[in-house]
Design a protein around this ligand. Structure first.
Ligand code: GDP
Ligand code: GDP
Length: 447
């Protein structure tokens, strides 16, 4: 270990089993490096890793395991905590806001009160406001006010890390920003740049692709705290202007993701797409479209975000018949997405990755596009003339009320049959060449 490393301020996470220490640990690291399962005491080993917040590096230790049952509780607790906090500059004492204080929590608190460690009480599983209102109860632990977080959902994780840095005081020293990259505590304004999320199951090649996209441009890369604070967004300056890659935290570090952590990468992905203008859905061509890919695709689609599908690791598929089979499988299993672009790439070799940029730009342009009202009404009128809704129902007036995605409001005299609504949507899509961009139709009855 280098001299530099030994000087890093150290954060130690303690608490009884099942309060969410490992989940919090992973959250702090911005990725899922430990396996978390829904039973007490799964994470037995002490985990130690280096993390960084706003450019300040620090060490995090998750104490994980718990002494075997049978011995006296206080004794058991003290031995575990004692060993763990020896190296701590700051202790995160995690309690569970969904169950309140248990005897074991009190035992940990008793021990911590006797020492002279800096302690922050963290009320985890504060998933909603109601739970936050219950926080007063933790004052009785005698260690100050509890800070609410939801490690699982990322709620307030950034706020907690802000407090951690504050409490480290002088021990927290920001890294020198390296040339061309900012990881420092300089908040930069998010420009009005398109926001792109790279989503997909673990190991499909997201990090490899990200690195290739970022590396391909001999350009400046900035990091900035994302809108959710604990996310890391990366701005890449390209020839066509800047692009923001949303929530790339998990891709900045080499990740060793296990299948059992798939769920967490889903959670990350879902947060990212809500923030994005376009989603790159990466699929491992060697595995084809799995059930989880389908669920992810459904969710991206529901968010209204345009999608570009990337069939990655394509260079591994040599057999022409196999290639045809895979493509057909993708078409069939992702049929619900409509006519989305599908690119066959190799993030590893870089093959066809250059084709991505124009598709991305196209999808983003369409997503932000606004069609003049008179043109919308002309298309609707023509469509209804060619094929009336029947029963005297018709659209009286139409307008594109919103972009991102393009959303059209149709004022009608009476309810339109579903098939007619779909017909109008198709006509709008075709006439204005929206391509694969999701569009929304709202029907309003004129009163
Ligand atoms: P540890 O034993 O203290 O390390 O706890 P884990 O991190 O293994 O978490 C125990 C359980 O609590 C797991 O099922 C987690 O998914 C769950 N959990 C962790 N954080 C949260 C949270 O913020 N909200 C909710 N609802 N559950 C959480
Ligand atoms: P992530 O978990 O989705 O970020 O996936 P990674 O980028 O970490 O990639 C997982 C594994 O797939 C790594 O071993 C990569 O080297 C490998 N990989 C990524 N892209 C390709 C590709 O295009 N071809 C091949 N053969 N391997 C790839």
């Amino acid at each position: 270990m280098s001299a530099m490393e030994t000087q890093l301020p150290t954060l130690v996470i303690v608490g009884r089993p099942n309060v969410g220490k490992s989940t919090l640990f992973n959250r702090v690291l911005g990725e899922q490096q430990a396996i978390v399962e829904d039973r007490p005491g799964v994470t037995r080993d002490r985990k130690e890793l280096e993390a960084e917040w706003l450019g300040v590096p620090f060490r995090v230790i998750d104490t994980g395991g718990w002494m075997p049952r049978g011995s006296d509780l206080d004794d058991k607790v003290s031995r575990q905590v004692e060993a763990a906090v020896q190296e701590a500059d700051l202790v995160l004492f995690v309690v569970d806001a969904s169950v309140g204080i248990l005897e074991e929590d009190e035992a940990v608190a008793n021990w911590l009160r006797r020492g002279d460690h800096e302690v922050i009480v963290v009320a985890n599983k504060a998933d909603n406001n109601q739970r936050e209102e219950q926080l007063w109860q933790f004052l009785s632990l005698g260690l100050g006010e509890a800070i609410p977080v939801s490690a699982l959902h990322g709620r307030r994780a950034g706020d907690l890390l802000d407090v951690v840095l504050e409490r480290f005081g002088d021990k927290a020293v920001a890294n020198e920003p390296t040339e061309g990259a900012w990881t420092g505590d300089v908040e930069i304004e998010a420009p009005d740049a398109p926001r792109v999320a790279i989503v997909g199951r673990p190991n499909v090649g997201k990090s490899t692709l990200f690195n290739r996209l970022v590396g391909e441009d001999r350009s400046v890369v900035h990091d900035m705290a994302g809108t959710t604070r604990d996310a890391i967004d990366t701005i890449v300056e390209t020839e066509d202007g800047p692009i923001v890659f949303v929530d790339t935290a998990g891709m900045r570090r080499r990740s060793r993701i296990d299948d059992s952590a798939e769920y967490y990468s889903m959670v990350r992905a879902l947060r990212a797409i809500d923030d994005a203008d376009v989603a790159l859905l990466v699929i491992d061509a060697t595995e084809g479209v799995t059930g989880q890919d389908q669920r992810l695709a459904e969710r991206v689609d529901a968010s209204g975000c345009p999608i570009v599908v990337l069939l990655n690791k394509w260079e591994l598929i040599d057999d022409p018949d196999h290639r045809i089979e895979i493509e057909a499988g993708v078409k069939r299993k992702l049929a619900f997405l409509g006519d989305v672009p599908v690119l066959k790439i190799s993030a590893l070799t870089g093959k066809n990755v250059h084709k991505l940029r124009p598709r991305l730009q196209e999808a983003i342009t369409q997503y932000h596009r606004r069609v003049p009202t008179k043109d919308v009404n002309k298309v609707i009128a023509d469509a209804q003339q060619q094929s009336p809704a029947g029963g005297g129902a018709k659209v009286l007036f139409a307008v594109q009320g919103a972009t991102d995605p393009p959303t059209f409001t149709l004022f009608v005299n009476r309810e339109l049959p579903q098939h007619h609504v779909r017909y109008l949507e198709r006509r709008i899509r075709e006439e204005f060449e929206f391509g694969s961009t999701p569009i929304k139709l709202r029907i309003r009855k004129k009163s």
